[in-house]
Design a protein around this ligand. Structure first.
Ligand code: AHM
Ligand code: MG
Length: 325
């Protein structure tokens, strides 16, 4: 089925009068490298069963989690496409212990932190998964090293994610501007389908792992009960897919700290910061339950955080209950 009429392509968008373009030289090339990588990852995800590429590698990553074969393949693909963009200084990746410092860079450069394949438990079962990217710009004259990556989320210049679902959608956020692009299987590229995304004022959904209720502290249990009493539950178990639905339809995602996960479950640098940035640019909010996600000064590359994410009002109400208010 051909697309009727001309839609703005991602390439046209990032080289046009786009906010990211005027102020950040080379950011367009970084976004196109993410798009190129995601098209390759999407093919691998679709073909994985046929190519016998599912299952685990038999290794555990730096976080002590079992590594899926597609985790490794996705990580390799994005490291390759980003490195070849000519505008990357350093890459931090959920699957790689140490940052990948890209050699041969002259002046400008971006710092990308990524979860190359989010939703590990859904990889083998044909359920939506995705890739998440936070993008920072190197400071003028800065020599990059491991510490260059430990910057707060509020210094991101852009963030993006891709959902590999019933369609493949790339969402790109710069300051006050969030747009969605759908992969067109006819042209092989992304086309603008969701301009100027804002989280709807209504909040029909809440997304949380109810199985953790018994290990939540009392105020957090109360906060989740209030969500349950008011909203319908939707929980895919892939953060990127849960967030994407809540961004378009309205909703709140909550993975708070609990007795078993005192630091939280999700990764600050690869998941919470990029999606927190997207949420805020779309009028939403992101909190640990105690502070704004984007204000956290990171201590470690792979650190975890509690995450309450989505509609601003509902995030604020939930945070106030978690704080015992
Ligand atoms: P991953 O990055 O290894 O896939 O892990 C993170 C995932 C998130 O996508 C999702 O929100 C969460 O883990 C689900 O956790 P749980 O299975 O505890 O509900
Ligand atoms: Mg993840």
């Amino acid at each position: 089925m051909a697309v009727i009429g001309h839609r703005t392509t991602l390439q046209e968008f990032v080289t046009s009068d786009w906010e990211g373009n005027g102020q950040h030289d080379g950011l367009d090339a970084v976004i196109m490298a993410i798009a190129e990588g995601s098209i390759r990852v999407q093919r691998q995800v679709q073909q994985a069963s046929l190519a016998d590429a599912l299952g685990t590698t038999g290794e555990t990553n730096v976080q002590g989690e079992i590594v899926q074969r597609l985790d490794t393949a996705s990580s390799d693909i994005f490291v390759e496409t980003l490195s070849q963009s000519g505008h990357i200084a350093v890459i931090g990746c959920e699957e790689i212990e140490k940052p990948v410092i890209v050699e041969g860079l002259v002046a400008d450069g971006y710092i990308v932190l990524m979860d190359p394949l989010d939703g590990s438990s859904n990889i083998d079962v044909a359920v939506s998964i995705g890739s998440i990217f936070g993008i920072w710009q190197k400071k003028p004259g800065e020599t990059v090293n491991e510490d260059s990556l430990l910057r707060p989320g509020n210094e991101q210049v852009a963030a993006a994610y891709v959902v590999y679902g019933s369609s493949t959608v790339l969402v790109l956020a710069t300051k006050n501007n969030v747009c969605g692009f759908t992969l067109d299987s006819e042209s092989g590229g992304f086309a603008l389908t969701h301009p100027n995304i804002k989280i709807p004022a209504d909040c029909p959904y809440y997304s949380t792992n109810e199985g953790n209720n018994k290990v939540l502290d009392e105020p957090t249990q109360k906060a989740i009960t209030l969500l349950r009493d008011k909203y319908s539950q939707r929980y895919v178990g892939s953060l990127v897919a849960d967030f994407h639905r809540n961004l378009l339809k309205g909703g709140i995602f909550a993975y708070p700290a609990d007795q078993n996960r005192k630091e939280g479950r999700l990764r600050l640098m690869y998941e919470a910061n990029p999606l927190g940035y997207v949420a805020e640019q779309a009028g939403g909010a992101a909190s640990t339950g105690y502070e704004r996600i984007l204000d956290i000064i990171p201590q470690q590359l792979h650190q975890r955080t509690p995450l309450i994410l989505g509609n601003k009002d509902v995030v604020e109400q939930t945070v106030s209950v978690i704080k015992g208010g």
